[in-house]
Design a protein around this ligand. Structure first.
Ligand code: NA7
Length: 549
């Protein structure tokens, strides 16, 4: 299949390139999509707004940025040679190591020649006459493609709250997800950090090492557990190499897609046994803490016991008990927000140069030329860090103007909630595929495994279309409605999301509320996707050129 077989002129546009597929983004998903689709003999162009590969690990270069999934799982599994030749150095990989890894992948599979950097996709419209996407980019070029694959990411659209007076600030303001490559020298500076999610919790201890003073503006206290990060020695690496095949097979059978998941203890335990299990998990470190006992996420009493355990640990770490109480003043169940994994976070509050400011009690009112004002005080600052997160799941997709059949905007279709069919497609938007989109396990799983599963499914689907001479695929609205109901039912049965956070969309004013991730486990999700394909792409309508529209 070659690009030239298609007519190229769409709806008055003058395409400057015609491809079988356009992929949006050169992060983990975009790189693998390019590799797989090129392997089918398709012509592919990737547009990437940054000037390098790696997505999340290209943008989030703040000090302390680190993945909370272990390195041996946060990597591709499609190539055993790649896995065997790459040496992870730590249990939880840091941003620089991950960025090196994705660059290595791009070079090893010769991917760069099909990636156009520094280019955003601004608009994409489906030309119904020709069954092609017409895509406008930030460089002013218009291209066309039979298939459009979004690999734009779940956490790539930055959330930077508008605070009155921000434009008057005389110092440096920056968002953790837009940290400059050359770094920021905070030595001797007064630094304010807004936000205590994963990004804030990672950056605060690092900045505190050199800054004159750090003011942490905390609105919502969070549960965070120790990472117990460690270096991997040669023996550990050899063991990972030797177990490659077995681990890859096993992780496909687990709910989170991890090769060494926490196996929950049965809830039939007395209080002493429970405490022992929680302590062992705390000592082991990592994000599996809320899975340690099988009823923590379903039984409020068990949940509260685990939450109390964490609060007591924090109280024991923090010298000033008034500060400790602010750090543990948490009014939601453990696991209702993504559990944070930290390195020396609470210990940082024992430093003389760190002050916790409770902006729930006294909210931020304005930014001034010299700092930040809350309801009851002014803080003099030289640097203001926004660790304020992202417009998750749909933010990146909806930052583009995507128009499907009849000119319907994806923004309008999803005005009340992001419905999809099997988390991969949106009805009325033919030939558009989303990797880790709403309705899929996305970041509620080992996202690397989910990415590979999505890309493999999409590649198989495109191969099926090419072989069968189909040029258009669209999901049936009824199939989409059924899937969306299933996603909602799974959410309703879980305590996951039973508080405001980016998971529920509550961090973005005006965004429809609700978790859009599939919570049924990656193993079940994979089975559902495979079944759809095995049943001849059940729930989809596939169209050949000669077929009536
Ligand atoms: P998060 O988890 O969304 O955290 C953002 C933080 O910023 C959180 O503490 C917010 O408080 C705070 N925030 C946002 N806006 C404001 C304003 N206006 N005033 C005060 N505080 C504010 O983003 P992260 O980047 O840390 O992590 C995102 C994911 O990346 C994480 O789950 C991992 O999967 C990796 P709030 O809680 O809204 O009160």
């Amino acid at each position: 299949m070659v690009a030239e077989t298609y007519e190229t002129t769409g709806a008055g546009a003058q395409p400057e390139g015609d491809f079988d597929a356009v992929v949006i983004g050169a992060g983990a998903a975009g790189l693998y999509a390019l590799h797989r689709l090129r392997g089918l003999g398709l012509s592919v162009r990737v547009f990437e707004q940054g000037d390098g590969v790696g997505g999340t690990w290209y943008w989030n270069r703040y000090p302390g940025a680190r993945c909370d999934v272990e390195s041996w799982d946060y990597c591709y599994s499609f190539s055993e040679e790649l896995e065997q030749e790459w040496d992870w150095t730590e249990r939880f990989p840091s941003q620089p190591e991950l960025e090196r890894y994705f660059n290595h992948v791009a070079d090893r599979f010769d991917l760069r020649r099909d990636i156009q950097f520094d280019t955003r996709v601004e608009r994409a419209g489906f030309d119904e006459g020709r069954n092609r996407w017409i895509i406008d980019t930030s460089g002013g070029a218009t291209v066309s493609a039979r298939f459009l694959v979004s690999a734009a990411g779940c956490l790539s659209e930055v959330n930077k709250p508008v605070i009155p007076g921000a434009e008057t600030f005389a110092g440096v303001q920056l968002h953790t997800a837009r940290w400059p490559d050359e770094g920021v020298d905070v030595a001797g500076k007064r630094v304010g950090v807004i936000g205590t999610g994963s990004s804030g919790v990672q950056v605060i201890p690092q900045v505190a090492r050199t800054a004159d003073h750090v003011y942490v503006f905390q609105r919502t206290a969070q549960y965070t557990v120790p990472a117990r990060n460690r270096l991997l020695d040669d023996e550990a690496r050899q063991e990972l190499r030797d177990s490659f095949a077995e681990r890859q097979k096993f992780k496909r059978t687990t709910p989170a897609g991890l090769s060494r998941p926490v196996v929950p203890a049965s809830s039939d335990l007395d209080a002493a046994a429970r405490a022992e299990i929680l302590e062992a998990s705390w000592q082991r470190g990592g994000p599996g803490f809320a899975m340690t006992i099988d009823d923590i996420l379903t039984n409020p009493e068990s949940n509260e016991r685990a939450a109390r355990f964490v609060r007591d640990k924090v109280r024991a770490k923090v010298d000033d008990q008034a500060v400790a109480e602010k750090l543990v003043d948490i009014d939601f169940p453990i696991g209702a927000r993504r559990l944070i994994v930290d390195i020396d976070y609470f210990e940082t509050y024992n430093r003389d140069n760190v002050t916790l400011v409770d902006v729930k009690a006294a909210p931020i009112t304005e930014i001034t030329s010299g700092g930040l004002r809350t309801l009851d005080a002014h803080y003099d600052l030289d640097v203001l860090v926004y660790a304020t997160g992202f417009d998750g799941m749909t933010g990146a997709l909806l930052s583009m103007d995507i128009r499907g059949v009849g000119g319907l905007a994806l923004r309008d279709k999803w005005a009340d909630g992001a419905g999809t069919y099997i988390g991969l497609v949106a009805s009325g938007f033919p030939n558009l595929f989303m990797i880790t989109g709403p309705g899929s396990p996305a970041v509620f799983s080992n996202v690397m495994l989910s990415i590979e599963q999505h890309v493999d499914w999409i590649a198989d689907c495109l191969a099926h279309m090419v072989e069968g001479g189909f040029e258009r695929i669209d999901a049936d609205p009824e199939a989409e409605a059924r899937w969306t109901r299933l996603v909602e039912d799974l959410v309703a049965r879980s305590i996951v999301g039973k508080t405001n956070s980016w998971w529920t969309g509550a961090n973005i004013p005006g965004k429809p509320r609700g978790i859009t991730m599939y919570l049924g486990g990656t193993h079940n999700y994979r089975a559902a996707c495979d079944e759809v394909a095995a049943n001849g792409y059940e729930g989809f309508t596939l169209t050949r050129p000669a077929d009536p529209a």
